[in-house]
Write a protein that binds this ligand. Structure first.
Ligand SMILES: Nc1ncnc2c1ncn2[C@@H]1O[C@H](COP(=O)(O)OP(=O)(O)OP(=O)(O)O)[C@@H](O)[C@H]1O
Ligand SMILES: [Mg+2]
Length: 514
């Protein structure tokens, strides 16, 4: 082969290829012959249900885990990555939001941390460091003050700094595992334009997400995994969303949203009057027994703060909250709110909701002591009942209920938090982004569960950023804008555009007359 032919062949070779990858964790077959082939200059979606093996495959591609068997190829050559450094040297970098940033270091230091720090004779050349950091930020069109502490940046800025760092190591393969989970819509748009720019420069990008709309908007090809195996790789342009879903779940895609069922009664479960918080201003509304009340609004509109105040996690400045006819005291206590019958499933479930070192069973049991004990004596059988039910209802994928939560996939950890709160049978259940990070098959289960709870008399109040979800799961929708309720509509037949105009505070804001 001539030199030229060789170069051409190399360029056509996948930037990164994984063939027949097997990985087991004592008894769990995380990967059973997974395949992935990513070309230079493409954005390649990696899809699959919670626990399908996506994160495990990525950890193998980046040298965090060694595969039990299988082959990795980088630009056509067989490679083995003994650790993350070796993979990095081969041009492969993953962005995990949690471990990407050192909050106490400056932006410039974060970008050129470690190996990349320009130095002579062990002394850091600060001028060179700042110049290089600036070049890298310019390449992704970011203006972030180089001297600022990374901990003070917004989530998207932190992601951008992590990007710049990946570019500093001359990454040819960039892997993102659910990068948009904590980003707002504008930030997602910004992230996408950076990703497209890098793709056009020839970088191969692997993109893991549960948001299929994103995948269809951004990606060139997709690979679907199920139970540790690769099911199919296709061009996005040749794919249809229903077919993608049925390949992910291994059966035909059913209806995502259940029938509404009209279970809302006229009996008030929760009454909120003239509530003021930090951002929340003069919020008044009622929620009825058996009702599913959706709350929408842009990020920063006060939705999550409202839920935190209702759950006793944050103090309110003025106003009142009444549950089942009893007014809650304004001394925030999650325990007291729980006793009064209000429970919150928070948005940041991974950090706020579970003890990773404890088993699924212990996590669920600990949160439900009253339900599993009589006069101080805990009943193992009753624990088993609620744990088994929770695991079945939410389709938690685990070897046994005695597996530590830390060993579960990201989405399954979130399901444990849901199971824990659902088992408490609160009269008002608050949920912040109930399906974020949850795969599409389980989403349908969660909507069905919410309906079943409502049918049993529970009031469900759920915040969601996704308008189709708000419309599909709710009976009634409140929209917040700058701390106030800017609109209220019946979910049945609600129009996304109308909701969006309330989100931007455009439509006539009418004071709630509750
Ligand atoms: N360290 C570990 N110990 C034991 N089992 C593990 C470990 N890491 C992963 N697993 C198991 O491997 C399987 C695949 O998990 P993985 O995290 O790769 O899924 P995923 O596709 O990323 O899911 P999600 O969408 O929920 O993030 C799961 O059954 C998980 O419990
Ligand atoms: Mg994962």
């Amino acid at each position: 082969m001539s030199r030229l032919e060789e170069t051409t062949a190399r360029n056509a070779a996948p930037a990164l290829e994984a063939v027949g990858i097997v990985k087991r964790f004592d008894g769990v077959h995380a990967l059973e012959g997974a395949q992935l082939s990513v070309l230079p200059g493409e954005i390649h979606a990696l899809l699959g249900e919670n626990g399908a093996g996506k994160s495990t495959l990525i950890k193998i591609l980046t040298g965090i885990y060694a595969p039990d068997s299988g082959t990795l190829r980088r630009a056509g050559d067989d490679v083995q990555f003994a650790n993350v450094r070796v993979a990095k040297r081969a041009g492969i970098v993953a962005l995990y939001q949690e471990l990407s940033i050192v909050p106490s270091l400056s932006v410039a230091e974060n970008i050129l941390l470690g190996d990349q720090t320009p130095s002579s004779g062990g002394i850091v050349r600060w001028g060179a460091l700042r110049r290089r950091a600036k070049q890298l930020l310019d390449r992704i069109h970011q203006r972030i003050a180089l001297g600022k502490l990374a901990g003070e940046l917004s989530p998207v800025q932190q992601t951008m700094v992590a990007f710049a760092r990946a570019l500093a190591t001359d990454a040819q393969v960039l892997i993102l595992d659910e990068p948009t989970a904590s980003l707002t819509d504008t930030e997602i748009t910004e992230l996408f334009s950076v990703l497209r720019r890098l793709r056009d420069e020839g970088v191969a990008i692997v993109y893991v997400s549960h948001r299929l709309e994103e995948v269809f908007e951004l990606c060139d090809r997709l690979t679907i995994m199920r139970n540790g195996k690769t099911i199919v790789t296709k061009d996005v342009a040749d794919s249809h969303i229903d077919e993608v879903i049925s390949n992910m779940v291994g059966r035909a895609a059913g209806e995502l949203y259940p029938e509404r069922g009209a279970t809302a009664t006229g009996e008030v479960a929760l009454a909120v009057e003239q509530l003021d918080g930090r951002r929340v201003k003069g919020v008044s509304f009622v929620a009825y027994k058996g009702e599913v009340l959706g709350i929408g609004g842009l990020a920063g509109s006060g939705r999550s703060e409202l839920l935190r105040i209702l759950s006793g996690a944050q103090r309110h400045v003025a106003g009142s909250i009444t549950v089942d006819g009893r007014m809650l005291p304004n001394s925030p206590s999650v325990g007291r709110a729980l006793d009064a019958g209000i429970a919150l499933v928070p948005e940041e479930r991974r950090s706020q909701g579970v003890i990773l070192a404890s088993t699924i069973r212990d996590n669920i049991a600990l949160a439900n002591i009253p339900a599993v004990s009589t006069m101080g004596v805990v009943s193992g059988a009753r624990i088993s009942d609620i744990v088994d039910k929770g695991m079945a209802d939410l389709r938690i994928k685990a070897r046994t209920s005695r597996q530590p939560v830390g060993e579960l996939s990201g989405g399954n950890q979130q399901k444990v938090v849901l199971a824990k709160m659902l088992a408490r049978k609160p009269s008002v259940l608050l949920m912040d982004e109930p399906t974020r990070g949850i795969d599409v098959g389980t989403k349908a289960e969660i909507y069905r569960l919410i309906r079943a709870l409502a049918a049993g008399g529970t009031t469900v109040i759920a915040v969601s950023s996704e308008l189709p979800e708000l419309i599909g799961m709710s009976d009634r929708i409140l929209i917040m804008h700058e701390g106030r309720i800017s609109g209220e509509v019946a979910a049945e037949g609600a129009d996304e555009e109308v909701l969006l105009s309330y989100c931007y505070g455009k439509a006539d804001s009418h004071d709630d007359d509750a």
